[in-house]
Design a binder for this molecule. Structure first.
Ligand code: MIC
Ligand code: SF4
Length: 646
């Protein structure tokens, strides 16, 4: 039987296991990426593993998330990261060079290779036929140490594309269509592989936009074939020698097939406050808009900004709209300028920011009270923008520019002729802010620079014989890592300081959570959280596991978990259990005590179902669907304890 592209990529990297769906597998990782917000912790973990130099083909440390530098802390983090990169043989992408995923696509993405990144949107590189997966920092640290990445063999969903996108409809609309169909949890345990005649109509940046947003469906990753369009992209980046053709075999079999005729698509928008709350723009027309931002790793490529600039040519931004551009990379900005497109943006009244994540992770650009903000970002989870009760819509650059011109949500098809975009055959390459790895002998001499905000990791104690945990919080379905461990301008600077960031765990849901948990911890107790479906969706930030663990959380009992968060819980010794009967969720209330008798022994003996006593109320059954490796990690209290023992 023939193989799909995803199967080819996995098969060529398999270290253990087979392509049998749902089975534990381990794959060799060729490349890694980190960004500053997850990177500081990942490198502290890498240091704790004790390897003198990265053992990958290529590892890159990007600084893109936290560029505000409101005090010494971010600047200290940046210097720490730069010195770590120099010491351990990594590339370093300096602040201002661009968003990790955009820069990686431009400079490093290579068909046929695997990439593990400590950022959930790492699958962006799937647009260039990589098997690119988001993971927690510790998993990336392990990959940098040359260890394989462990996961369950996903199902492969084939998305069969035909036709061609109509004018004013773009890659974002493909992703929004998919989100409406699959919802934020429809991709769980799956790889989305795009194939069919429609694929060649999409450029690599278009493919990257679609692959990027597969993350919002909960997919393990998304992948496109490597064809002549891929070759054209690599040529434009001066890297054509890195191309190889990777196509699905004609008799490849997919576990499911979704069909989409691109020519039937219309402009879509994800309405407040979930990426899957998708409606046609034509139904939303007339809604007043106060802010429009084009940016983020999903939609800030040269193509995206060229469309916007051409649509603005000779026009002015509406007087009640703040129209903002966050270019994906320095390369995008320089090429935009070289094509004389930057001046159209400036002349129309766009606010041009530096390249980086910026408002996408609440680092500035918060919208005004009670106003609507249209963004080409990835997520519109409640409050992520930095404003309470925000109303953020996620849209294509086309829909964004239409609103920037009219001050209202407007169907862009009303703007007239669709601009013709011609991407350069050769991009101007600007690596001024991209530092190559130092040779080994020079690297050895580098001293790591640690400011006072770089706080060493604590010790993680092994799992006790029995678990007795107090339920301090019970939450609904689809709780995001932004709820568990918020980001934004106040909290992001604390990513390298675990005790300090822990004070903000669940702060938006219960401002007292951290102090209550610390009280339980001080009295020698442990804490449990009860959740609904898809618990921990969203980002890869391991702080959403690490900080609760620091506060004494040892058990999370939910209806289901999002992939990366679940892996992070295991990595830091928190037991992720699911209800056998989802109705049992109703039986537990905050304040209850949960008792798991002999849990160590049960984990060690491979039990898949356990009994949880709700003290004074009776018992329920829970599933612990864990691989032998997961069990070992939880018993040890953290993967770090095992890695150190190696
Ligand atoms: C995000 O988009 O939520 C982030 C910020 O990029 C996160 C990583 C982080 O929290 O540092 C992600 O997507 O993994
Ligand atoms: Fe940065 Fe936003 Fe992309 Fe996350 S989703 S990497 S915050 S641009």
């Amino acid at each position: 039987m023939g193989l799909s592209v995803a199967e080819k990529l996995i098969a060529s990297h398999l270290v253990s296991g087979s392509l049998k769906r749902g089975e534990p597998i381990a794959i060799k990782i060729d490349q890694t990426l980190t960004q500053d917000a997850t990177g500081t912790m990942a490198y502290l973990e890498f240091e704790a593993i004790g390897i003198p130099r990265v053992r990958t083909e290529l590892s890159v440390s990007y600084v893109d998330h936290n560029l505000l530098q409101t005090d010494f802390r971010n600047a200290d983090d940046h210097r720490f990261l730069q010195s770590v990169a120099a010491k351990y043989g990594l590339w370093f992408s300096r602040p201002g060079n661009g968003i990790c995923h955009q820069v990686h696509l431009e400079r490093f993405a290579r068909p046929g290779k695997t990439l593990l990144g400590s950022d959930s949107h790492t699958p962006t590189a799937g647009g260039c036929a990589m098997l690119a997966i988001g993971a927690g920092g510790l998993d990336v640290a392990m990959a940098m140490a040359g260890k394989p990445f462990h996961l369950l063999m996903p199902k492969i969903v084939g998305v069969y594309l035909t036709g061609k996108l109509p004018p004013w409809v773009s890659a974002r609309d493909v992703a929004l269509w998919m989100l409406r169909k699959l919802t934020v949890k429809g991709g769980l345990g799956k790889i989305l592989e795009y194939f069919g005649p429609g694929v060649k109509e999409l450029s690599v940046p278009d493919r990257a936009t679609i692959a990027n947003l597969g993350t919002e469906m909960g997919a393990t990753t998304s992948v496109f074939p490597s064809d002549e369009v891929t070759l054209a992209w690599l040529k434009a980046q001066g890297r054509d020698e890195e191309w190889q053709e990777i196509l699905p075999d004609p008799d490849a079999r997919y576990d499911e097939i979704i069909e989409l005729d691109l020519s039937t698509l219309e402009p879509l928008a994800a309405c407040p406050s979930s990426p899957d709350n998708v409606k046609p723009v034509s139904e939303l027309e007339g809604q007043e808009v106060a802010q429009v931002i084009v940016g983020s790793c999903a939609n800030s490529s040269l193509r995206d900004l060229l469309v916007v600039s051409k649509a603005l040519h000779g026009k002015k931004v509406h007087p009640t709209v703040s129209f903002e551009i966050n270019p994906g990379s320095l390369q995008v900005l320089e090429n935009l300028d070289a094509l004389a497109a930057l001046k159209d943006l400036i002349h129309a009244g766009a606010r041009i920011h530096q390249s980086g994540c910026l408002g996408c992770i609440g680092m500035g650009q918060a919208p005004a009270t009670g106003t609507v903000s249209l963004r080409t970002f990835t997520r519109n989870f409640p409050g992520r923008s930095g404003t309470k009760n925000d109303q953020v819509y996620l849209v294509s650059p086309e829909v964004a520019v239409a609103a920037a011109l009219t001050g209202k949500i407007t169907d862009p098809r009303k703007l007239g002729a669709y601009p013709e975009i011609q991407l350069p055959e050769r991009f101007i390459i600007n690596d001024a802010l991209l530092l190559p790895p130092l040779p080994e002998e020079k690297a050895r001499e580098v001293e790591i620079i640690r400011g006072p905000n770089i706080v060493p990791l604590p010790q993680f104690d092994p799992l006790p014989e029995n678990l007795r945990c107090k339920v301090l919080l019970k939450v609904e379905d689809n709780i995001t890592t932004d709820h568990i461990m918020p980001a934004g301008a106040k909290i992001l600077p604390l990513r390298s300081n675990l005790p300090a960031i822990s004070e903000y765990v669940f702060s938006a849901l219960d401002p007292e959570f951290a102090s209550k948990a610390l009280k339980v911890k001080e009295s020698g107790g442990l804490v449990a959280i009860v959740g609904g479906e898809n618990y921990g969706q969203g980002s890869s930030r391991e702080h959403a596991a690490l900080a609760p663990r620091y506060l004494g959380v040892r058990l999370k009992l939910a209806k289901s978990f999002a992939r990366i968060h679940r892996a992070n819980l295991i990595n830091f010794g928190i037991l992720p259990a699911t209800f056998v009967n989802p109705q049992d969720y109703e039986k537990i209330a905050p304040g209850d005590e949960l008792f798991l008798k002999g849990i160590r022994e049960q984990l060690a003996s491979g039990a898949e179902e356990i009994v949880i006593e709700i003290v004074g109320k009776g018992s329920i059954r829970a599933r612990i669907d864990l691989t032998p490796r997961d069990r070992e990690i939880i018993l040890a209290g953290s993967l770090l304890n095992l890695a150190r023992e190696d």
